[in-house]
Design a protein. Structure first.
Length: 632
């Protein structure tokens, strides 16, 4: 069987599988699997609230325990030696559950690993520190003692709360409130982790804060701004407490979660307890129910998603199926696009603070997300509905609103962010928090800029003759790495960024012989694995340089191939070898097929999209077939 026949066979097989997995409402619901921190936090919050759902706690316990490695540690990804923060979280949650004892072998091994890495005082994860502090295991870090009055600073201040990214704000509001109150809560079953503090003489959680030279400047700007506020100190503090409370309450989604994220929902629950809310307050019980609704079952275990990926998966799969040849009038496509249409966000959200043209029309990541659209989900949804525009008038209005929203979100530097415009103040990266740059700001990135250009070129018919397109192209060429790659923020990592950049540049009409395109394509070919595929380690995200995985993954192989298909007019031996490897991977089921290729927070949060082994191979094979069918 030649390559063309093999590709057609796999396209047909994947299409049938996906059509059979569609939900009745038109959506596709695949698990969005993150690090086990969310499972650990769920156990901790349930036990702290004394919501003793034993069946759920036991299932989460068993999944965490099953993820432990032989050295006693828990990992962020397969080629990680073990992560101290995640190991502490797992150890704590297992003991808190009541289903593991400190004397048992897995716990003894975990304790040994934690102490061998310096103990609690060496943990880097800020959420780990906050959860431990809120439950009486850790002194509140000095780095979080930012005056709560910061929330009152106006936009005219040198720095204000809305200079942070939206993701940072919904986490910082409850964290700053908790730190302000020095809140901690324990129960009769709260474990005691004091024996994990290796060197009590250096037990200050922020003993290294002096190393963060810019933190003093950041704190100075905040205090200067507070000095200009009018009011007595006590009144201002009371106003700040109320501001933090209302900020959270005003962003609770209909399912009870804060901003549709599990992590900040946990923090909100602790913050409400700090404010005196009863453990059985309706807002808290609704939040717990909302968290429970994010549970997903995959690979034989139940786990908690940080935010279900329903909109993202549905948009990408609907588009991929149409690229594969499924007629836009086919019932599955009609249902999926109707689902997307119903979930377009038509009200203003926090994104409008920095947007001079606040006309809503974006899409978010989760179905429960109704106020936090993002650029990537919006272009994904617009790709999916494009072919419906000529068939139903309702889609024309949705398309126009979505397109205008995307154009309004372009940053002043020419690139595109994920959630909010121009939230990239360098001062915020001086927070003494590991990964502050990624968490606190939302800058232009190669993956968002490339993906947006690809949509604008291939789907909206716009090209480099347009000034805003040219500005995006200029941003991409300016931020290309010396080796020809691009760093991708929301996927792993240089393969992801290079794929998005190359497909985006090609779509808007940049000449294929342009130096940036040629260098990018050459780089991808230079890192192709001997088996024909591609694979990159999550360590790239931490070290900010390409680190080979030593094996091939389906999504990264598909990304690399898709980029090369966009660049090459005819199939090459390297392309065909890659396609064969990709097809082989579709029948494999090992660690490479579940390796996390979604990025969240460098060094702390990575994601395995269960949908990715279908979406990207189907899209890539379809593009191969469309472009090279006559050559195969």
């Amino acid at each position: 069987m030649n390559t063309k026949d093999t590709v057609n066979r796999e396209i047909h097989r994947l299409t049938e599988q996906l059509l059979n997995r569609q939900s009745k409402d038109g959506a596709w619901r695949f698990c969005f699997e993150n690090t086990l921190s969310t499972d650990a936090y769920m156990i901790i919050i349930l036990r702290t609230l004394q919501f003793n759902d034993e069946a759920l706690i036991r299932q989460l316990h068993d999944r965490i325990l099953a993820k432990q490695h032989s050295n006693g540690a828990w990992k962020l990804y397969d080629d990680d030696e073990g992560n101290l923060s995640v190991t502490v979280e797992a150890y704590y949650a297992l003991l808190f559950s009541g289903y593991s004892e400190v004397t048992e072998s897995p716990m003894r091994k975990a304790k040994h690993f934690i102490r061998s890495k310096g103990g609690l005082q060496n943990i880097q994860g800020v959420l780990t520190k906050v959860i431990l502090a809120a439950t009486g295991q850790y002194r509140w870090p000095a780095s979080l003692m930012i005056p709560l009055e910061f929330l009152l600073l106006p936009s005219s201040s040198a720095i204000n709360f809305f200079d942070f990214s939206g993701f940072a704000r919904v986490h910082f509001a409850p964290v700053l409130l908790l730190a302000d109150q020095r809140f901690s809560i324990t129960t009769d079953v709260t474990p005691d982790l004091s024996d994990l503090m290796v060197n009590r003489a250096n037990a200050d959680p922020d003993f290294s804060i002096r190393a963060y030279r810019g933190f003093g400047a950041l704190l100075g700007e905040i205090k200067t701004g507070i000095q200009h506020l009018v009011g007595l100190p006590r009144q201002l503090h009371e106003l700040a407490v109320k501001k933090a409370e209302q900020y959270m309450l005003n962003r609770i989604e209909s399912d009870g979660t804060l901003y549709s994220y599990a992590t900040c929902t946990f923090l909100m629950i602790f913050a409400l307890l700090a404010l005196g809310y009863d453990k059985r307050h309706p807002i808290i019980t609704r939040a717990v129910r909302g968290l429970s609704s994010m549970l997903c079952s995959g690979n034989g275990h139940l786990f908690l998603q940080n935010s279900p990926s329903t909109i993202w998966d549905t948009a990408l799969l609907s588009h991929a199926l149409q690229e594969a040849g499924v007629n836009p009038e086919y019932p599955a496509i009609q249902k999926s696009t109707a689902f997307l249409l119903a979930n377009q966000q038509l009200k203003l959200g926090d994104w409008c603070v920095h947007n001079p043209n606040p006309v809503p029309g974006g899409w978010g990541f989760s179905q429960s997300n109704t106020m936090n659209p993002d650029v990537d989900d919006t272009t994904a949804a617009l790709r999916a509905i494009k072919r419906r525009i000529a068939l139903e008038p309702a889609y024309r209005n949705a398309w126009n609103r979505g397109l205008n929203w995307i154009l309004s979100m372009q940053n002043n530097d020419g690139g595109w962010p994920a959630f909010e415009r121009n939230t990239d103040k360098e001062l915020l990266t001086w927070l003494p928090i590991d990964g502050a740059k990624a968490a606190a700001t939302d800058p232009s990135t190669a993956d968002l800029t490339g993906r947006t250009l690809e949509y604008l070129g291939n789907e909206a018919g716009l090209g480099i003759k347009h000034t805003f397109i040219r500005r995006g192209v200029d941003w991409l060429t300016r931020y290309q790495e010396e080796d020809g790659s691009w760093y991708g923020r929301w996927g792993i990592c240089y393969i992801y960024g290079t794929w998005a950049a190359l497909t985006g540049l090609q779509a808007v009409g940049v000449d294929g012989q342009h130096t940036a395109i040629q260098k990018g394509a050459h780089w991808l070919l230079s890192i192709q694995n001997p088996d024909g595929g591609w694979g990159e380690s999550c360590r790239s995200d931490q070290l900010m340089r390409y680190v080979p995985l030593g094996a091939s993954t389906p999504s990264q192989t598909a990304w690399a191939l898709d980029a090369l298909i966009a660049v090459h007019h005819k199939p090459t031996p390297e392309l065909d070898k890659g396609v064969q490897r990709l097809i082989t991977q579709l029948y494999e089921d090992d660690w490479t097929t579940i390796y996390p290729t979604g990025a969240g927070l460098p060094g702390h949060f990575y994601s395995h999209y269960h949908s990715y082994r279908y979406i990207w191979p189907l899209l890539t094979l379809s593009h191969y077939n469309k472009k090279y069918g006559k050559y195969s």
